[in-house]
Ligand binder design. Structure first.
Ligand SMILES: Nc1ncnc2c1ncn2[C@@H]1O[C@H](COP(=O)(O)OP(=O)(O)OP(=O)(O)O)[C@@H](O)[C@H]1O
Ligand SMILES: [Mg+2]
Length: 251
């Protein structure tokens, strides 16, 4: 057993004529929090989907917890998709959606034991009060909490989140970073999160992957968030990327 949870070797993904990821090589250690940062269309979601086994790479090898991506179970990996891809019109209740994380099928009825597990998961993300509010009545942030509860219900060793905070107010007694940090500590989980929020990546991540088709940098936040690497990732926009990060603190 080595200490690498996810190993990526020579990964390339090519969509008809267009290359989305080029020769990515990295190893994500167990129990770390990795933030993925890069411009729109950089391949961030594609990278997550390769780890999840939803996209088959054209080249390269992905090893997750010693398995290849297609062999993973909900005990290994939980996924919170990017909000813009979520179907908000589906007439259903949060408690039912979360139960699909437990049983991988839509429930005819939810038994007492399952109900307890589902409610525990909803409460972990501060959404116990939303269990029976129709999904199409929820705000974007509330809906994403429900998906987070669904992703956490099997207590996966790896949690993958695609831009959980974009355009969303996580107002409430528990904000998303607190929830994720608690989960990481309680289960010694590995967290991979795509974010456009550099400040929070700087403060919360153990490692930052700067991605724009290629892995520009995969290193500790203070090494990754430099003017040089950010310019390589986001392009030269005629002014310096203002890096006004205050002192890094954990918790
Ligand atoms: N199934 C697909 N077929 C063809 N092209 C695709 C497919 N999925 C993604 N792409 C293209 O690959 C590139 C990377 O897409 P991806 O969704 O991974 O970017 P992203 O970094 O997540 O962007 P965003 O910040 O907007 O979410 C984009 O140019 C996108 O149009
Ligand atoms: Mg994306």
């Amino acid at each position: 057993m080595n200490d690498i949870a996810i190993e990526v070797k020579n990964l390339s993904v090519i969509f008809t004529r267009y290359s989305a990821l080029e020769n990515i090589n990295l190893g994500i250690p167990f129990g770390t929090f990795v933030s993925i940062v890069g411009p729109n269309g950089a391949g961030k979601t594609t990278f997550l989907k390769v780890i999840l086994g939803l996209i088959k790479p054209n080249h390269g090898v992905i090893n997750v917890l010693g398995k290849s991506a297609g062999e993973l179970s909900p005990f290994d990996l939980g996924y919170v998709p990017q909000i813009k891809t979520l179907d908000r019109t589906f007439p259903a209740l949060p408690i039912e959606l979360v139960s699909t994380g437990l049983n991988a099928k839509w429930p005819a009825a939810i038994g007492k034991d399952d109900n307890k597990i589902i409610m525990d998961s909803l409460e972990r993300v501060g959404a116990g009060n939303l269990a029976r509010r129709p999904l199409n009545k929820l705000s974007g942030g509330e809906l994403q909490r429900i998906y987070l509860a669904r992703a956490l219900i099997r207590k996966p060793k790896i949690l993958v989140l695609d831009e959980p905070a974009t355009g969303i107010d996580w107002i409430g007694e528990k904000d998303i970073h607190k929830i994720i940090d608690e989960y990481k500590t309680d289960f010694n989980a590995t967290i991979i999160m795509v974010t456009h929020d550099w400040e929070s990546a700087y403060h919360h991540a153990d490692f930052v992957l700067l991605l724009n088709k290629v892995a520009v940098c995969f290193d500790k936040p203070e090494k990754a968030f430099t003017e040089d690497y950010l310019s390589q990732t986001f392009g030269h926009v005629g002014h310096k990327h203002e890096m006004l990060f205050s002192g890094r603190h954990h918790d």
